[in-house]
Ligand binder design. Structure first.
Ligand code: ISJ
Length: 135
């Protein structure tokens, strides 16, 4: 029988969005939408996620984004962390970012979701799908 060998790599996935206000409902809505997009566009298997770190700007403190992520199917065992995003004067407000490390089939494209007010943070990643090895 022919053996099909898949080569795996550890890859980083970035994403960001904004919440409409500093409330549990608004942050939950924004995080769910962002992770829905991540999973839909990448066909990701949460069991292959190594860890996920969320940052929130200092104007968001109603709820931990990681707690929202953990509500998702198969995310309960993913090591999660929340940090406060460093403040830069004039930077995008009410912004939630993530950096996720994942085991990924080599040479497979990754989509980095940047939604809502975060769409202009990285126009290069918003317009194009990053090609394997370009992270
Ligand atoms: C541009 C962003 O915002 C900030 C700037 C970053 C950068 O210059 O690479 C990365 C994360 C944030 O600290 C982003 O989230 O992508």
């Amino acid at each position: 029988m022919e053996e099909i060998c898949v080569e795996w790599q550890v890859r980083g996935i970035r994403g960001a969005t904004t919440a409409s206000e500093n409330s549990v409902a608004a942050i939950r809505e924004a995080v769910r939408e962002l992770l829905d997009e991540l999973e839909a566009k990448n066909d990701i298997n949460p069991d292959l996620i190594i860890s996920a770190t969320f940052s929130a700007t200092r104007d968001l403190d109603a709820v931990f984004p990681a707690a929202i992520a953990r509500e998702r199917p198969h995310w309960c065992n993913v090591p999660l962390l929340d940090v406060q995003q460093m403040h830069v004067e004039g930077a995008l407000e009410r912004c939630i970012r993530f950096l996720i490390h994942v085991n990924w089939p080599a040479h497979t494209e990754i989509y980095h979701p940047y939604l809502r007010g975060a769409q202009n943070l990285r126009p290069d990643r918003n317009l194009a799908v990053a090609v394997a090895g370009e992270n």
